[in-house]
Unconditional design. Structure first.
Lengths: 207, 207
DNA sequence: ATTCAATTAAACCAAATAGTTAAATTAAAT
DNA sequence: ATTTAATTTAACTATTTGGTTTAATTGAAT
């Protein structure tokens, strides 16, 4: 045989490209075959149906992203350091592939059951790590005791992901060009750590 | 004639429902006709093509949302009041129609040109109002002089919209049910104003 | 009473599309 | 050398789908 595992992967890469670019409903098996440089027959030979292929792609993409996010939270010395690293790595990554988050958001919201199969393929270990970091800084009196780690984590994700996703809207509403919006979004790498820290500093607690 | 304007609107409402639920590529003209309680022929009699119908729906939905957001920023006495009102109104609205933001985000990211026709149908007047509010509070020494109104505004949008959009993901990753995630999201109505304020308070400026 | 737009029903068309099939070819493994 | 999996080509099927057509009906406006 010529390869097989190589081809399987080539297909997965092509399918990922096309599905992310066009969405599940918009994607065509023929496009995927073209992108992979093979024919439709071979596509079905490997993955049977569009749905199976999509599931394979989606699971891969989703766990990749989750791992990427969670891996950034391993053993950080401080919230400050974590925020610096996280916003830099994450926003840079998002800017390199801005269609990705919109794809995931949309597909999950269209077919919430997509996730049920994935569950268990990754751990929420990363979130626990983050929770421990928050608790540590609480004890050190650096951040307000009322701070909910999960809410804080969601805030951090929101502040990094959402602006990149709505870049086309920002660009249009504010009449900017892509260069300007990119500058605007990159600024956030510097702005966000300080702003998030300020939002949880102990003095600000109203409790 | 029997009605016409009534029908035109009935179609638009049905199309909105179906397009938001299924996306442009996933939506079927037959579904829209069914939803409107008419037949396909009449659908095309009024709106010609799927694309025209979609454009009509999208423009309507998009300007609605933008107006909703911008109308909340008219003449607020203070940032504090604005934040209280905004997060309450906006998050409540989002929770009542959680598929809507994902729809807009996805369609815009798939066809950025959708927006070009819409531009001019609304003003960025709301943002200017918000900018003035920020400047006023800067002069009063309430918030840090380095604060960029636009970045702040994007932060506010991110913090309200994004968590609602990724509710299915939160639910799955953290093994919650819909009741729990809704409670979690509603908590944010109370948490966010204080947290945003803290992030821009003068003492925190590092400048 | 007649006209004319609104509406329905149903068949129809053409294109696109997911998926299949069958026959031939290639090349690695035994 | 033979087997067997991988791959191609190309035609084909069945279904879906956007859109059209035609003939008939309804009902308001003139």
């Amino acid at each position: 045989m010529v390869n097989s595992i190589q081809t399987e992967d080539k297909i997965l890469i092509a399918a990922r490209e096309v599905f992310i670019r066009e969405g599940y409903d918009g994607a065509r098996m023929q496009h995927i075959a073209d992108e992979a440089g093979i024919n439709k027959a071979l596509l079905h030979y490997y993955y049977g149906t569009k749905e199976k292929l999509f599931t394979a792609v989606f699971e891969r993409v989703f766990t990749e992203i989750l791992n990427r996010i969670f891996s950034l939270m391993e053993e950080q010395q401080s919230l400050k350091v974590f925020l610096d690293v996280f916003f830099r790595e994450h926003i840079t990554f998002l800017l390199s592939d801005p269609r990705l988050p919109a794809f995931i958001i949309n597909e999950v919201s269209l077919h919430p059951d997509l996730l049920s199969n994935i569950f268990g393929k990754f751990s929420s270990y990363g979130i626990e790590k983050f929770g421990m970091l928050v608790e540590k800084e609480k004890e050190q009196g650096l951040i307000a005791p009322g701070t909910d780690p999960l809410q804080l984590f969601i805030n951090i994700l929101s502040l990094s992901i959402f602006p990149v996703v709505i870049e086309p809207i920002i660009r249009n509403v504010l009449q900017m060009d892509t260069k300007e919006t990119e500058t605007f979004l990159r600024q956030r790498i510097e702005l966000l750590p300080e702003m998030v820290l300020a939002s949880v500093r102990k003095e600000n607690s109203k409790k």
